[in-house]
Design a protein. Structure first.
Length: 174
């Protein structure tokens, strides 16, 4: 099964992200992240054999952290403004969040990380953009409201890919 570790975000933040999505009008082929699927990924595991899931849960249950607050901040793109594949809204770099991501990744070293952790909420995956500069200029003109919220747990999710996008199912809460 395809798994990832994430923490949920409140509906008010999801609503702001949908509002940001609606402001992006540049001519591009974009797959928008559905509101119900918005979250912050701490670690993507990929395909995990059914008989390994309990071991993953056991390791994740050893991660201890105190609840912390994060703040929604700016909008940006990955990997660069010249090669846009993801549009995201960032969370201010919080030491507690960085520590949680490091600890989650640390208990599961057998799952390699493709990328260094960057606190972000993916709002779109870009397939093709005709005018990159116009898209970047448009993104820079969007105001992101600094909304604060508390993180009290993280979850192990199963992701099932379907023709209409991924479907996420909670496996465990930590």
């Amino acid at each position: 099964m395809r798994l990832f570790i994430a923490f949920d975000i409140p509906e008010s933040v999801k609503e702001q992200l949908v509002s940001i999505q609606e402001q992006i009008k540049t001519d591009a082929k974009i797959n928008w992240v559905k509101q119900e699927n918005m979250h912050l990924t701490l670690k993507f595991l990929g395909e995990v054999a059914e008989d390994k899931v309990d071991d993953v849960k056991k390791k994740l249950s050893s991660v201890k952290f105190k609840p912390f607050e994060v703040v929604v901040s700016e909008i940006g793109v990955f990997p660069s403004e010249n090669y846009i594949r993801v549009i995201w809204v960032g969370l201010k770099d919080d030491e507690s969040m960085q520590r949680l991501a490091k600890d989650v990744r640390g208990v599961l070293p057998e799952f390699k990380d493709d990328y260094e952790f960057k606190a972000h909420l993916t709002i779109a995956r870009v397939k093709f953009v005709k005018d990159k500069k116009a898209l970047v200029d448009e993104l820079k003109s969007i105001k992101v409201k600094s909304e604060k919220f508390k993180v009290e747990n993280f979850k192990l999710y199963k992701s099932t890919l379907t023709g209409s996008g991924p479907v996420y199912e909670e496996v465990a809460v930590f």
